[in-house]
Write a protein that binds this ligand. Structure first.
Ligand SMILES: [Zn+2]
Length: 228
């Protein structure tokens, strides 16, 4: 009986906690979230995802709550890969995160402009550049895939990461270690590019209002490794 009551108390605490976390984030509450906290909120969401214990928030309720105004706390710049959906792998609900996605998670002018809006105008506290393992765009860049001018232009954006990744001998996407190493280099270069190419983002980082961090998502484990 006591054990049962204890279990009920734990379950109801978990429900209270879940209800709190499912409540829409309001502007005042977001003010109290530091850039570091914004990143840890994403890390906590990834831990829930890996544990198979997502919040399962009412997305229709969140839709209604955010219809007039959104106050997301973070941005994710991710790849288009079907396995690396930021809202799912970070267990976030409607209204929580801005997401920009482009194959190879590179910093194009359109992406940088989007992130400037999401931070300087819309007030988010963190940007996560989210690369992932087994990335087709990274493989294409390593193999210098030549399908069309459009794809070549895209892969040109990843080429600096291929060149900057030390390698002896021929480069091939069959080398999984190389694919992962280039993915990591590409994340770091993208993180650096965001402040190098944007005075707006650089200014926010300098003022301590924004943190930009890279992360590698493992499509085989679901785990997101934040880079130092
Ligand atoms: Zn990818």
């Amino acid at each position: 009986m006591l054990a049962g009551s204890g279990a009920f108390a734990i379950a109801s605490n978990a429900m209270d906690n879940g209800a709190r976390q499912c409540a829409p984030l309001l502007a005042d509450a977001r003010k109290a979230i530091s850039p570091d906290r914004a990143i840890s909120m994403l890390a906590e969401g990834n831990a829930r995802y890996i544990a198979g214990k997502p919040l399962n928030c009412d997305n229709l309720g969140a839709m209604r709550a955010t219809a007039e105004k959104q106050t997301p706390f973070a941005c994710v710049l991710g790849c288009i890969d079907s396995r690396a959906a930021p809202e799912l792998v970070f267990d976030q609900k409607i209204g929580d995160v801005f997401v920009g996605r482009v194959a190879g998670n590179i910093a194009t002018p359109e992406i940088i402009g989007s992130l400037e809006f999401a931070t300087a105008v819309a007030g988010t506290k963190a940007i996560v550049v989210l690369g992932h393992t087994h990335c087709g765009a990274i493989k294409g860049a390593i193999d210098q895939a030549d399908l069309s001018p459009n794809l070549t232009a895209l892969l040109d954006g990843i080429e600096p990461a291929v060149q900057a990744t030390p390698r002896e001998g021929a480069r091939s996407s069959a080398d999984q270690g190389l694919v992962e190493a280039v993915a990591l280099t590409n994340i770091r270069l993208t993180v650096a590019a965001l402040t190098q190419r944007s005075a707006v983002l650089q200014g926010l980082v300098s003022e301590g209002k924004l943190r930009i961090i890279g992360a590698l998502y493992d499509v085989g484990t679901g785990r997101t490794h934040f880079l130092a």
